[in-house]
Design a protein around this ligand. Sequence first.
Ligand code: MEV
Length: 442
Amino acid sequence: MTRSSRIPGFYKLPLAERREKLAAAMGVDAAELVAPLLDEETANHMVENVFAVYGLPLGVALNFQINGTDYLVPMCVEEPSVIAAASNAAKMVREGGGFSAEADEPIMISQVQLDGVSDTLAATQAIDAHAAEIIRIADAAYPSLVVRGGGCRGLEVRTLKRSTAHEPGMLAVHLYVDVRDAMGANLVNTIAEAVAARLGALADADVGLRILSNLADRRCVRVRCRVPARCLATDSHSGEEVRDGIVAASRFAELDPYRAATHNKGIMNGVDAVVIATGNDWRSVEAGAHAYASDKGENGGYGPLATWRVADDESGDLIGRIELPMAVGTVGGALRVHPGARLALKVLGVERASDLAMVMAAAGLASNMAALRALASEGIQKGHMSLHARSLALHVGATGDMVDRVAEEMSRLGDVRAEVAQQILERLRGRNGHAHKAGGIS
Ligand code: MEV
């Protein structure tokens, strides 16, 4: 069944009805979407010293269309407004034809450190001359990967620059391994260990570390979007003003690493939420993203992963682009055991790791656009304060529709503090109590 990611009014529905709507959009029974809790027994087998299970909200971002296909995007995140912002931005991008995306082949890097190399050139030549043999050893270490269409695609010897000419040489040998739909860390670690001894012998070197590189720059994903300026308008700013503000914000990040770090944090709000929801390793994605950003600045050094420009045609549309490594999988890892991750993948409906990577990058680009749009117009605090008001209302004990009523009253007063929330709640409860006694009329 073709899914639509447009579900108008979704956010206003009570949770159970929202689940019904989501299930209908997916073509499944709502019971299949019920509380994906991780039980203690499973948790106890996942990591060490378990004494409890920790929960996070699992939401869904709407309106995403990537390469012409609609996606319901599961997001697991503790920060308010991330999911709403991504959904909102995706709706504007949809007006411009949706996201277009492409992903590299799923090539991970397996690194072997060779130390104490007296002649780095001779060592490099010896390894290069035996490349076919090394690749055979690598493939033999994981025959099932070869059966699935993956395997070692090549190798490269890198001579690392040392600070003094007296230090013995160090090489980093890279094996490029196609891991298909896995994230691939275990695969490439096994391969690194399998080939290390032979590499050490060929280079007459001490074998050092044997591990993947999290700078997975052979496994990048690129996403582009186009947004008509009129879609960007806010209550106080025209679409053109907001568009130009977003471009100026992009330039700020391109010129200043201090801003680029925050700009990229906003991107990772979207990326990580999908990475976590689908049981992937977010530390690895984070490490790869920031290492990749480390030379993207216009003045050298750290820079933004996404940039924004006005289209160089007549349209005046806003064009956004993002590129980053995305080492994620749809098989293995936590997915095997975590029911929430399996549910999230079912909501998303992807099987290929490359499709998952494209969705994650689109979520990152959408989150970035939403943040820059707010920053370039009203500022971020207005939206944040109303969400903060809601969490204060919950904190002082408001439930049901009282949460919104307390939050709205605080926003109206322009005074968002716990004691104010408490006073408003008591006042509203008192009023409701009277209303009950008086026969429900207030
Ligand atoms: C907050 O989680 C993310 C932002 O700081 C991102 C940005 O400044 O672009 C709003």
